[in-house]
Each structure stands twice: as structure tokens, then as C-alpha cells.
Design a protein around this ligand. Structure first.
Ligand SMILES: CC(C)(COP(=O)(O)OP(=O)(O)OC[C@H]1O[C@@H](n2cnc3c(N)ncnc32)[C@H](O)[C@@H]1OP(=O)(O)O)[C@@H](O)C(=O)NCCC(=O)NCCS
Length: 214
């Protein structure tokens, strides 16, 4: 199999996880971060800063076919999608990464540039958009639909037929009961149990989950 060469945007903990998910024929050739104090996560590959650094990398590797990985974790779905779009516009492949120890039902689908971590489950007919993170040990049960930019944090459980709107973030260990809708841009706090629909751009915490007063 031909070598795949990756540029990675982001040099945080999420980047370390993605680095360790790459296969023997994958190689990181460029790293970009917006923070000039960030440190490289790949021996022998120095970090360049922001869009200017990215353009310089594109110039350096212009004769080669490259893939792009967006290594931005947390609730920053909008940032993930923006960089994903930049990669696509720059001619990079944006493959999904699925850990060999994740279970993805044959009828589930995963969008471009999404990451499915070890020990997570995508059950029958789950639909995962672009730039989504299904983190370690998360369960996305049958017929769930996740829009672009969603992040399901470690150990969270979406029961069957849950819909999650664009860029929403489901915190670590949270549970969302069946058939509920989580609005775009919303945050479900770590450990919460969601028992009714959550509107857009709302933060909920607790058991049962209630909106956080602002
Ligand atoms: C809910 C959340 C988004 C709130 O973040 P925040 O606005 O920065 O809130 P703060 O840390 O300032 O806490 C505000 C209050 O909410 C409480 N609180 C924070 N998170 C809570 C949670 N998950 N459940 C219950 N209460 C919580 C705090 O104890 C604090 O209470 P106090 O005012 O009585 O002291 C955040 O705490 C959270 O749960 N994030 C998910 C983190 C996660 O899962 N990361 C995974 C990374 S892969």
C-alpha cells in the first residue's frame, strides 16, 4: 500500500490520540497550530503557525498528494469544520479515521474527516456527519443521527434514535435517553442524564439535566 502523508492541524492531546491511530503506512509530514507556543507531537516534524504556516507547507509539498487531519478537540466543532473546509479547498484528502478496536455496525456511516476512537460503538444505521469525534468508549446506539462538527466525549452514551445538531458537544460520561434531540451548538455537561429535548445553544448539566443559568 502506498504511503499516506498527513498534515495535522492542532498539536494538543487530541493530536496525540490521532497520531497513535495512524497506520504503518501513514506519516505525518507537517504540523500546524494557531498557538505559537504549542509544541510538536511528532519527533522530527517542526510546528508551523496558523494559516501562513499552512500555506508555506502547501508550497513545500505542492508536488505531492497529501491528506489532512483536523486535530481540534473539545467543543470546537465550528473550528474543526472551518479547517476541514480549508483542507478540501486546498486539494487535501480528508479521510475518516476509525480505530481498529471501535465497533462500527455495517449499516452505520461515518462522514469525511471524522474520528472514531478505540472502544467506541456505532450501532445499526447510526449516521455520523463530517468533522465529528466519537471519543474513547462512547456509545452511539441504533439510528442516531449526528450532524457535522459534533463531539461525543469519552464514555458518553446516546441511546437509540437520538439526533444531535451541528457542533453540539456531549460531555464525558453523559447519557442521552432515546429519541431526544440535542440542538445545534448545545453542550451537555459531563455526567449529565438528558431526559428531554435540549434547545439550540443551551448548556445543560446534572441528573436530570437542566439548563445552566447564565
Ligand atoms: C458543563 C460545563 C461545560 C461547564 O463549564 P463552565 O461553564 O466552564 O463551568 P465551571 O467549571 O465554571 O462551573 C460552573 C458551575 O457548574 C458546576 N459544574 C460544572 N460542570 C458540571 C457538570 N458537568 N455537572 C454538574 N455541575 C457542573 C461547577 O461545579 C460550578 O458550580 P458552582 O458555581 O456551584 O461552583 C463543563 O463543566 C463540562 O461538564 N464540560 C464537559 C467536559 C468534558 O466532558 N470534556 C471531555 C473532553 S474529551
Amino acid at each position: 500500500m502506498d504511503e499516506r502523508r498527513f498534515v495535522v492541524w492542532g498539536s494538543s492531546g487530541h493530536a496525540r490520540v490521532l497520531r497513535d491511530m495512524l497506520g504503518p503506512n501513514d506519516r505525518i509530514v507537517g504540523l500546524i497550530d494557531n498557538d505559537r507556543n504549542a509544541r510538536t507531537i511528532q519527533n522530527g516534524v517542526s510546528l508551523v503557525v496558523g494559516i501562513k504556516g499552512f500555506r508555506a507547507l502547501m508550497e513545500e509539498f505542492r508536488a505531492e498528494s497529501l491528506s489532512g487531519l483536523v486535530a481540534i478537540g473539545g467543543g470546537r466543532g465550528a473550528d474543526r469544520l472551518e479547517i476541514l473546509d480549508l483542507f478540501v479547498a486546498s486539494g487535501l484528502e480528508t479521510p475518516e479515521l476509525i480505530h481498529p478496536l471501535a465497533y462500527c455496525a455495517p449499516s452505520s456511516t461515518v462522514g469525511k474527516g471524522s474520528h472514531v476512537m478505540a472502544q467506541s460503538v456505532l450501532a445499526a444505521d447510526a449516521r455520523i456527519g463530517r468533522g465529528v469525534i466519537i471519543n474513547h468508549g462512547a456509545v452511539v446506539d441504533h439510528e442516531c443521527i449526528l450532524a457535522d462538527g459534533v463531539h461525543i466525549a469519552p464514555g458518553a452514551t446516546l441511546c437509540g434514535c437520538v439526533h444531535v445538531g451541528e457542533n453540539a458537544f456531549i460531555g464525558a460520561g453523559a447519557t442521552v435517553l432515546p429519541r431526544l434531540h440535542i440542538g445545534a451548538g448545545s453542550v451537555v455537561g459531563a455526567g449529565a442524564t438528558v431526559t428531554c429535548d435540549v434547545p439550540e445553544n443551551t448548556v445543560v448539566t446534572g441528573i436530570p439535566a437542566r439548563p445552566v443559568s447564565t
